[in-house]
Design a protein around this ligand. Structure first.
Ligand SMILES: NC(=O)c1ccc[n+]([C@@H]2O[C@H](COP(=O)([O-])OP(=O)(O)OC[C@H]3O[C@@H](n4cnc5c(N)ncnc54)[C@H](OP(=O)(O)O)[C@@H]3O)[C@@H](O)[C@H]2O)c1
Length: 256
């Protein structure tokens, strides 16, 4: 068992970080933040299985998380690929789809369902499976959930559901941290602000990029590599006493 992950009696050895033997599942690694997280974790020597909606590969599994049982299948397949052991789960896959209050009730409800399913329900399903696995092997483990600044600050008038999904994910993270810390199971979340991926580019261009940038004291949006750096820290070496922490990455655009 990796020394820095484990049970309470092993916590004094936190400074010894040996990520070489870690087995990690990261969702949503085909592009953007997830791709950067995958690279960063591999750079540290971890054995990582990535994921996207389509296309299995040597180190990637396909699963459309809009489908109710997809998380269960993804977890089992990842476990098989990783020889029956997963040490860290990173829930990164997410969607950012607008819906306005002027839409019909049917469209409104359908868009809420999609966003909550991918950003919250599927992530929670994977957390459930991860916690169950960590407990069954009695070796502890870590979860890093990629939430958003929107969870605390709120989002645009077309993105209530997105903000709600990310706030929900933080509630899940903190509940796991509080419920299972004594078993060596640690949970963290990151809350990026605008991050220059395809998703952010669309948003910035649709809302007048310069005005939005002016609201970020740092003067620029975050890079996927910056977010990946923080995720890797939480996944690999953050001290157990940090469990339940939510780390902001937003250029001081929202200081809480
Ligand atoms: N970029 C930002 O400004 C920003 C800010 C705050 C938080 N975040 C959060 O950071 C995470 C990554 O964002 P990003 O900007 O890197 O996103 P992105 O570039 O749009 O990539 C999203 C990833 O999620 C996967 N995904 C989307 N729908 C899925 C589904 N139904 N089933 C399974 N996988 C699905 C995509 O897979 P496919 O390629 O197969 O579709 C892709 O790998 C998200 O949780 C997002 O909410 C982003």
């Amino acid at each position: 068992m990796p020394t820095h992950l484990g049970r309470p009696e092993h916590r004094a050895t936190i400074k010894v970080v040996t990520s070489h033997s870690l087995h990690i599942l990261v969702t949503g690694t085909t592009r953007g933040i997830g791709a950067a997280v995958l690279d960063e974790l591999k750079r540290h020597g971890a054995r990582v299985i990535g994921h996207g909606t389509k296309g299995d590969g040597a180190d990637q599994l396909a699963a459309d998380l809009l489908k109710p049982l997809a998380a269960e299948t993804l977890w089992q397949r990842a476990l098989d690929r990783l020889g029956g052991r997963i040490d860290v789960l990173v829930n990164n896959a997410g969607i950012y789809e607008p819906v306005s209050i002027g839409e019909s009730a049917g469209v409104w409800g359908e868009r809420w369902q999609r966003t909550l399913q991918v950003n919250l329900q599927a992530a929670a399903d994977l957390c459930r499976l991860a916690v169950g696995h960590f407990r069954s092997r009695a070796g502890g483990g870590r979860i890093v959930n990629v939430a958003s600044r929107a969870a605390y600050r709120g989002d645009s008038p077309e993105h209530w559901h997105y903000a709600a999904s990310k706030a929900g994910l933080i509630g899940v993270t903190k509940s796991i941290a509080r419920g299972f810390a004594a078993e060596g199971i640690f949970a963290f979340a990151v809350t990026p602000g605008f991050t220059m991926t395809g998703m952010a580019e669309d948003y910035l261009s649709s809302r007048g990029g310069d005005k939005l940038l002016a609201e970020i004291p740092l003067g620029r949006v975050a890079s996927p590599e910056e977010v990946a750096n923080v995720v890797a820290y939480l996944a690999l070496s953050a001290p157990p006493s940090m469990t339940g922490a939510v780390l902001d990455i937003n250029g001081a655009s929202y200081v809480r």
